[in-house]
Design a protein around this ligand. Structure first.
Ligand code: ZN
Length: 408
């Protein structure tokens, strides 16, 4: 197995250069050196490799700045692709993006996590293969798959460390198994982290912003991004905002903590409150035996969005609790922006946004030092899937083949 001398030493450096070219659209070598802090000879060598492998092309010359006009570089977007898979209890979204991070194909189907792993993963793999085939994308051009799911998880070994939704998934090597079935590299990541990166790529967030993301599907997750990179903590299980205590006398959570935010603000909690509210459960057709949390939560959120006072009261109560989470995140990380992402914000996003914004303006420690904003994601569930694919583009996978290294 041949490894180029440069390869083993500098995969992250090359990722940085590729990312700078992607963000700038067109850029000269001199600007790359200035923006990366790398020396011009290092930039020259890395760019030579990227051009040799067809990832980057020269596209003419920029304006003169007094001396020689500089050759501009840009990505060759169709040179490689990455796949993002959002693996949720109730929904699975698959997207394909090109090297520039633009979505070129998408599909979604009802969630697979309630199936046993050995049934669910071949199903996901067959959908990925079908999508690539329909889009006419050669598998040799696919760098890998970013599989995003809930936590806690061992990102390094690609293993889920949760008993949710069933015991079969605890300790299950989801990324290596999917990689075996698909024959492509698979990296595991957190849904909230991926959603935050997806928002960045979709242009919701300006570059260099330090922002947070609250991600709500059937559970509640969070993440923080600085200058386009996810804050990882020591094991990539950071900013778990759904599992901060909001009531020190609260009940036990499956996570081991007690009084967790998720039990007051999350969709299952809202459904439970609706069931206990006289007449509401019946009126909205809520079935206590149906496990489809998103469907039932969607009905309550839609009713609230349409002005039903009882449903609105429940959503506002959930939003006030989430506001406490948002205040905590903003005060801990000195954020000026929080994006509300994930499928559960889709139906009643405007209620959540206004209530959380109000809490933040009233309560965040640094509220007089800088503006504070809460915005709703425009892409719903897709931000996490797109972020999963973009995380592949940002990873070292892009360079394994340059170095002649097999992924397994
Ligand atoms: Zn918890």
């Amino acid at each position: 197995m041949a490894t180029s001398p440069a390869g083993g030493r500098r995969p992250k450096t090359r990722g940085l250069v590729l990312d700078l070219i992607r963000a700038a659209r067109t850029i000269s070598r001199i600007e790359l050196a200035a923006n990366s802090g790398l020396t011009p000879p290092t930039i020259t060598e890395i760019v030579r490799e990227l051009i040799a492998h067809g990832l980057v092309v020269e596209v003419g010359r920029g304006a003169s700045t007094g001396g020689k006009r500089r050759t501009l570089l840009q990505l060759n977007p169709k040179a490689r692709y990455a796949v993002g898979v959002l693996f949720e209890r109730n929904i699975c979204v698959i997207v394909v993006v090109d090297l520039a991070g633009q979505q070129v194909a998408r599909t979604s189907f009802p969630g697979t996590a309630l199936l046993p792993p050995d049934t669910a993963l071949p199903l996901v793999a067959s959908r990925v293969n079908a999508l690539l085939e329909t889009a006419g994308i050669d598998r040799d051009r696919v760098l890998g798959v970013g599989l995003v799911s809930y936590g806690p998880q061992d990102r390094q070994s690609g293993v889920l460390l949760t008993h949710q939704p069933t015991d079969e998934w605890f300790g299950y090597p989801i990324a290596p198994r999917l990689s075996d079935v698909l024959g492509l590299p698979v990296v595991l990541d957190n849904d909230a982290a991926a959603a935050a990166i997806g928002e960045y790529w979709l242009g919701t967030v300006e570059p260099h912003t330090t922002y947070g993301c609250i991600y709500m599907a059937s559970g509640i997750g969070g993440s923080v991004v600085t200058a386009g990179r996810v804050y990882r903590g020591s094991s990539s299980n950071s900013v778990e905002i759904g599992h901060i205590t909001v009531d020190i006398n609260g009940g036990a959570c499956t996570c081991g903590n007690f009084g967790c935010l998720e039990h007051y603000a999350g969709p299952p909690a809202v459904i439970e409150q609706a069931m206990r509210t006289a007449g509401l459960g019946q009126r909205l057709g809520l079935d206590p035996n149906d496990v489809d949390v998103m469907k039932h939560f969607g009905r309550i959120a839609t009713a609230a969005g349409a002005g039903d006072p009882t449903a609105t009261e429940l959503i506002v109560r959930s939003a006030r609790h989430l506001g406490t989470g948002a205040v905590t995140m903003m005060s801990l990380f000195d954020l000026d922006l929080i994006v509300l992402a994930g499928p559960s914000f889709a139906a009643a996003g405007s209620i959540y946004q206004s209530v959380i914004q109000e809490e933040v303006h009233r309560r965040v420690f640094a509220r007089r030092a800088h503006p504070l904003r809460v915005i709703a994601s425009t892409s719903g569930a897709d931000a996490a899937a797109i972020g999963g694919a973009v995380l592949v583009l940002q990873s070292e996978l892009a360079f394994l083949e340059l170095d002649g290294v097999a992924f397994r």
